[in-house]
Design a protein around this ligand. Structure first.
Ligand code: SF4
Length: 241
């Protein structure tokens, strides 16, 4: 039984889900992802009990369990490092907020523009009778998926960047996290740009808006390169060797 669980554990790549795009349906690494397996097991468990895993009450209970598990891990790690979590000194809560950073504002604006554009694109696809398995629909999915992910990943990257500006001992970890998160945003932008270029050729009526979006996306990519040059050499566990 122990061997079985060790084999099970060894198939997982540590931290693979920290720098992925969370698009599990399209992921080629599901068999190495503990997060994916845990999610599937949980879904299965709910179905077997005749419960709807997407029911709000169930979702909240799952979140509570996750939180409990995270706190247990945290307290184990703190114990190993001799930190008493119950007796930490009081500190002013002055957490860094990257929402005012120009790069985040740009990403947020991009996301808003794309959101409005997606409505138009969808209408256009309906008018043209575009099927769900077409290239155009795939482009729609790509643009749609990443427009929400990009600001979220940049928020995390900028937060980590600010962490290392204030906490010397966290510097290395935070810089790595910033580079990895920025890389996910960058890759998402690149895929979105390719998808937008395909739509550009497909629908002349959308070209003006697409040009604006391409310019915004390109500005964002340049911004990421300036702010997080380390993203280029960052290797995401499981995805780059
Ligand atoms: S690594 Fe793949 S399977 Fe795991 S969370 Fe990310 S996208 Fe989903």
């Amino acid at each position: 039984m122990e061997n079985q669980s060790m084999n099970q554990d060894s198939k997982y790549i540590q931290g693979i889900f920290n720098y992925c795009d969370r698009w599990c349906e399209q992921c080629t690494m599901v068999s190495h992802c503990r997060l994916y397996d845990d999610g599937q097991k949980r879904l299965q468990k709910h179905y077997e009990r005749g419960k709807d895993p997407y029911d709000m009450e169930i979702v909240l209970k799952d979140m509570e369990e996750d939180m409990k598990e995270t706190m247990q891990l945290l307290s184990r790690a703190a114990e190993e490092q001799g930190i008493d979590l119950d007796n930490l000194p009081d500190e002013d809560c002055d957490s860094p907020d990257p929402k005012d950073c120009p790069l985040y504002i740009q990403a947020h604006n991009y996301s808003h523009l794309v959101h409005a554009f997606l409505d138009k694109l969808y209408k256009s696809m309906e008018e043209e009778g575009t099927s769900f398995d077409s290239d155009i629909f795939s482009c729609y999915e790509v643009i749609s998926w990443y427009h929400a992910l990009i600001p979220a990943k940049l928020y995390r990257a900028l937060s980590s960047n600010m962490d290392h500006e204030i906490e010397e001992e966290l510097k290395q970890i935070s810089m790595e996290d910033a580079s990895g998160s920025a890389k996910v945003a960058y890759l998402g932008l690149t895929r979105s740009i390719i998808a937008l270029q395909i739509i550009y050729k497909w629908d002349e009526g959308l070209q003006d808006e697409i040009i604006t979006l391409l310019a915004e996306a390109d500005k964002l990519r340049k911004g990421i390169n300036n702010e997080f040059p380390g993203h280029k050499s960052f290797k995401r566990p499981g995805f780059e060797v």
